[in-house]
Write a protein that binds this ligand. Structure first.
Ligand code: OAD
Length: 251
């Protein structure tokens, strides 16, 4: 006990136990313990000369499609070697324990799905998909196409990674759906995100604005921390399993 009441994780777990509808916003931090570098970590090795923001734009792709394609190919290769962690698994477990849980993720790594979450809204697309650069629609390269980047088999334009870049719109309706769910939820979690990239960063604020309590899980403070109902300081792979266990018991 602290002088002000129970430790934040116990109060947060009590709120989670009562909640029926839960919305969880996740960012790169939830995959950090799987070995996926967070977005704002310094880029390493080959890519240390670049800023992520200089590679993740349509302009960068137009200027140097091979460079941008290769960067995403390196990220894709890295992803093939990683596994979901206890944080992803705790969220998948939670989905089975509450009436309605939506994971809204900024991550393009597919790890929530691989951990067993089913109701996942991928705001920034998927790294394992490719789009036609001209049409913006999903298009798979012909296996015989060894180009970097390969070409769209339908129209011959370059293919591009199926992720949302800076300056681009989110998938149609995705942000509205996330905001509606946040406003109608009993509880919102914001996990492993720096809260620096809009519009995703405003989803917990939509919850707070509608009187929905927000649990933030992050080892560091973020712009959300001061207004979050509870800030649980720590790694999501540790804190999320503890939180779910405190709320619902083990297994
Ligand atoms: P960031 O890299 O900006 O932030 C990662 C956050 O995770 C930071 O606040 C860290 O403190 C936190 N963190 C690190 N390790 C953690 C752990 N083990 N458990 C919990 N939290 C941890 O990543 P995002 O907020 O996801 O957008 O970045 C948002 C968007 O910016 C990305 O989706 C991407 C990027 O530009 C696009 O590509 C459109």
């Amino acid at each position: 006990m602290t002088p002000d009441g129970p430790p934040p994780i116990e109060a947060a777990a009590a709120a989670l136990r009562r909640a029926r509808r839960v919305v969880v916003l996740t960012g790169a931090g939830v995959s950090a313990e799987s070995g996926v570098p967070t977005f704002r970590d310094a880029l390493t090795g080959l890519w240390s000369r670049y800023r992520a923001e200089d590679l993740a734009t349509p302009q960068a792709f137009l200027a140097n499609p091979k460079l941008v394609w290769d960067w995403y190919a390196a990220r894709r290769e890295k992803l093939a070697q990683v596994e979901p962690n206890d944080g992803h698994r705790a969220l998948a477990r939670l989905e089975a324990l509450v009436d309605d849980l939506l994971v809204v993720t900024q991550n393009v790594d597919g790890l929530h799905h691989r951990a067993g979450s089913r109701n996942v809204l991928e705001l920034h697309g998927r790294l394992d998909r490719t789009l036609c650069f001209r049409e913006g629609t999903e298009s798979e390269p012909d296996p015989s196409d060894t180009g970097t980047p390969p070409r769209c088999p339908r129209c011959g334009a370059h293919l591009r990674p199926g992720v949302v870049w800076f300056g681009e719109a989110l998938p149609a309706g995705a942000f509205d759906r996330a905001c509606e769910a946040a406003a109608a939820a009993d509880l919102c979690l914001s996990v492993g995100t720096s809260g620096l990239v809009e519009p995703a960063a405003s989803i917990p604020r939509v919850a707070l604005g509608n009187g929905v309590p927000v649990i933030e899980v992050n080892p560091d403070a973020t712009p959300l921390t001061a207004s979050a109902t509870w800030h649980l300081r720590g790694a999501s792979g540790v804190v999320l399993p503890q939180l779910v266990e405190l709320a619902f018991g083990s297994s």
